[in-house]
Write a protein that binds this ligand. Structure first.
Ligand SMILES: Nc1ncnc2c1ncn2[C@@H]1O[C@H](COP(=O)(O)OP(=O)(O)OP(=O)(O)O)[C@@H](O)[C@H]1O
Ligand SMILES: [Mg+2]
Length: 352
């Protein structure tokens, strides 16, 4: 699946933009505040139904306007699919091939898209929530049993927490059994994904000169020496006291070791940035369908040698890539590859 046309109306400073991207490599150049990140935001919206910069969709609507619209045509084999999203005050409408769609999962199914931007460089330093989201996005495509189990798990978790808060011991036990049942499936899917992930990550990491051996340590969210249902039973007294569930996949996480060392307090910023790119490229390799990769501000904090290593890695992926930079020189290294270049100037996007 690759994006073959993109139309944006009234999204941030992009009042009316139309472009026809290259199926593989798109280079986007423009000064600060011209609208580069907003352009990536529009593509991301088509695959996720929301922004990566804010949970409030209303912020995407251009000042003084009532709504914003993004429409894309995607080629998949011989077929062309149309996806359209309209955001208005407190409202989001999604249409796929002319049909109204309620769930974001349908977008995810069709357009796997992810963004590498400066906030992702903190992936390995921040609280687990970001890593869980990263992990589960990959697991979603890797194992079709994951999403239904995860939804039921989340529902059971809400119910168990409500019972805990109400001091309802029996309710908490009942929902605890449901939690353990679906938690096991979620755990198995994540574990299996990370196993495949680790092997690929090592190959990618070597190409970026990151170290001899990268280990992905999975942290399931409870002491995995014991079964989750037994842990939930043991935790019950404490959970009732605090009114929340302490153990389970909703607390799951992973960490990365390079040559036996945790990277968080050891890696330089440039190394960390390369490692995050390695994680994202690995995720792309494990997808069962072509995807879209957005990279905002490729050059920041990378020296010329590492920029070249990363460039080589990126051009060999099977994904459709959109890369932004403020300086054309940063993207000049891609010149020998087939690509399309776009200039962004004050909300206007012009093919170069
Ligand atoms: N809702 C909005 N309506 C109109 N303009 C907006 C809105 N939200 C943000 N902007 C403006 O849109 C412009 C483009 O922002 P964007 O973040 O896309 O720039 P950029 O090209 O990525 O810049 P940089 O190189 O600094 O990252 C900015 O001037 C920003 O203030
Ligand atoms: Mg930007």
């Amino acid at each position: 699946m690759s994006l073959i046309s993109l139309d944006i109306l009234r999204l941030r400073n992009l009042l009316s933009v139309s472009l026809e991207p290259d199926p593989h490599l798109n280079l986007i150049v423009g000064p600060n505040a011209s609208g580069k990140t907003s352009l990536l935001e529009a593509v991301y919206l088509l695959g996720r139904g929301q922004s990566f910069r804010t949970p409030e969709n209303g912020r995407l609507i251009s000042d003084g306007e009532a709504d914003c619209v993004v429409a894309g045509r995607f080629r998949k084999g011989d077929f062309v699919h149309r996806i359209g999203i309209r955001l208005a005050a407190g409202e989001r409408r999604i249409r796929i091939d002319g049909r109204g769609v309620d769930s974001r999962a349908e977008l995810l199914e069709r357009v796997p898209v992810r963004i590498v931007d400066p906030s992702l460089y903190r992936l390995l330093e921040e609280a687990p929530r970001l890593r869980r989201r990263f992990l589960d996005w990959g697991v979603f495509y890797h194992d079709s049993a994951f999403l239904p189990a995860w939804r039921r798990y989340r529902r059971a978790l809400q119910q168990r927490n409500a019972a805990l808060k109400a001091g309802d011991r029996e309710g908490a036990q009942l929902w605890g059994r449901e939690l353990a049942k679906y938690g096991k499936i979620v755990d198995r899917s994540r574990r299996c994904y990370l196993q495949a992930f680790e092997a690929r990550l090592n190959a990618v990491g070597r190409r970026l000169g990151l170290g001899a051996e990268i280990t992905v340590r999975y942290l399931p969210g409870w002491n995995a020496e014991n079964a989750l249902d037994a842990v939930l039973r043991d935790d019950l007294q404490r959970d009732l006291r605090y009114g929340c569930t302490h153990s389970g996949p909703h607390r799951g996480d992973f960490s990365i070791l390079v040559d036996g060392h945790g990277v968080r307090h050891r890696f330089s910023r440039g190394q960390m940035k390369l490692l995050v790119h390695a994680l994202v490229v690995t995720q792309g390799q494990l997808l069962d369908r072509p995807a879209v990769l957005l990279i905002d501000d490729l050059a920041s904090e990378l020296d010329l040698e590492n920029q070249a290593l990363l460039r080589e890695l990126l051009v060999q992926t099977q994904e459709q890539i959109f890369i932004t930079a403020t300086q054309p020189e940063v993207l000049a290294g891609f010149g020998s590859q087939r690509h399309r270049m776009f200039h962004v100037e004050q909300g206007r996007v012009v093919p170069a």
